[in-house]
Design a binder for this molecule. Sequence first.
Ligand code: GTP
Ligand code: SPV
Ligand code: MN
Length: 611
Amino acid sequence: MVDVEKVLDEAGLKNPRVREYVAHWAAITEPDRIEVVSAADDARLVQEALDAGELQPAGEGLDYSRSYHKDTARSEERTIVATNNPQDRGVYNNWRPASEMKPMLVERMRGASRGKTMYVIPYLMAPPGSPLEPFAAGVELTDTRTVVLHMIRMSRVGAEYVDALADPDTFVRAVHVTGDLPNLGQGTPDDQRYFVTVADERTILHYGSSYGGNALLGKIAHGLRQACYDGWASGGFLAEQFMLLGIIDKETGKRYHVCGGFPSASGKTNLAMTLAPDALGDRYRVEFYGDDIAWLWVNPDDGRVYGMNPEFGVFGVAKDTNELTNPTALDSIQPGSGAIFTNVAYNDQTEEVWWEGKTKEPPADLTGWRDWKGELISEREPGDTSPWAHPNSRFTTTLANVPNVAANFEDPAGVPIDAIIFGGRTSDREPLVRAIRDLAEGVYDGLTLGAEATFAAEGVDGQLRYDPMSMRPFMAYSEGEYAAHWLRIIGQATEQPIFAHVNWFQRDPEDGHFRWPGYRENLRALLWLCELKDGLVTGRETPVGVLPTQDELHLDGLEIDQADLDVILTIDTERWRQEMGFREAHLKQFDNLPEEIWEAHRRVAQALDDD
Ligand code: GTP
Ligand code: SPV
Ligand code: MN
């Protein structure tokens, strides 16, 4: 048995509640060693991981890791929100009683860290000094060193964050046990994995994965699921899977802040890192705040909605990231950045990485190249066209490495929000942008966000599904309560943000091409929205919101067919009427949906009928 008290004394970790928690779980998981880590340990831990073969070098200060081949994405079926109150059951949160799940997880974790080190990761999911800091501290216990390295990039890590707590008990208890990955029956009826957030006890118990959101518990388990619950239970804030960016008009000196939700792997990272198109770059600049999580609250001093990114880094999708689509992302993973690549293709002779879309064609010389499973490309069967990189392969880098990061990205005060947008992969129906001024209609729009599924979760690419506010995999309590909480929080604001629905993914059914060029050009839709909010343009009323007219959009330098532009700036009324029926069935699943939401639904349906 490790002498826990001695280890914690030597690490100078004082918080008595944290010390009890570490001792409690060490007695269950029985690690051989315990180590308290801070960001200052990073270089040593990287070296240890290289020596142990858990990482491979990928250039100066860049590293590469592979996860187990059946452990490459979140598993939505195995993810559960447990509480002590059956009324917390929602349609999407896979609710189960805490009394059932906790003992089950303890049994799986018992003795599971024998022979391993338990790393104690005290962390903060907020800039220090944030008004939401009381909800931001946590301590992850993990038995995997690469998880520590990712957590150091994705959150602020150090004992000081839990020793400084006003109430020593207000930290999230986040236990991660990897388990015996080759023997967990991933995706079979005998699946052993469980990813449980016991939300009303602020305890996260994840067993059976060492990948991404399954294992970096500060990120989505705490930053989204737990925080979503805490924001509701405290009545004080919203925690959403949102990106957050600033737009600066250099001519007028105006600053706008836009946040919004797109389902996983649907463009949040790309939008927040975007640069203005060349033709508009002299006038506008986009600044990055966050790409995956925003916490929102109303500041009583000025009555505005404020937002901040609780994360410290970016865990971005690698696929299709290149000089044209996202040069900013490439700049943020340059030599010396400390970035880690996971599950992309790797060349163990040249130490290079590659993923689909990094360059148009894969490297011509196959020597040394291995796919994400570690298999040599040169030994593939002829005709094997499977991707070299896993479609959900990712890069991990800190916010400070992002070249367009805003100067005030760590300001604990957050930034005032001008617009809240929703979007997803929708191949028809959704125009480029439609603005919504009414709060209930904006919330209704978020709740009916429908998009094609992506590879960020196991086994569901391309299927159309509703993903309310892009929170479907992270929803912590019932959807009816969630809607009411949104109306309450944003309703407190005396200056309301404008809402909008955007879509970069409409396709021509004839040949499948994207009707909108996307990426950097997306800024044009957001500029129009900010100008609409300021009354500089008026747009065109439709039953589903205000659309830009062609001459209101900043189109200088844009290459697009007039026919495509016509389609993405109009509403297919017939198709929308059909959609309203699907929406009705979708919303009917939710208990206690506020009447305002139903009224918004009926208003839109009526307007479409009258059209
Ligand atoms: P998570 O990190 O999973 O929450 O995803 P995300 O929403 O941050 O997604 P991300 O920005 O990483 O984009 C995922 C994929 O969508 C990448 O392969 C991008 O290349 C692609 N993508 C992003 N923006 C656009 C766009 O405007 N048009 C098109 N066609 N593809 C895009
Ligand atoms: C997502 O899947 O939405 C992500 C990546 O942002 S993960 O942290 O793995 O959930
Ligand atoms: Mn995400």
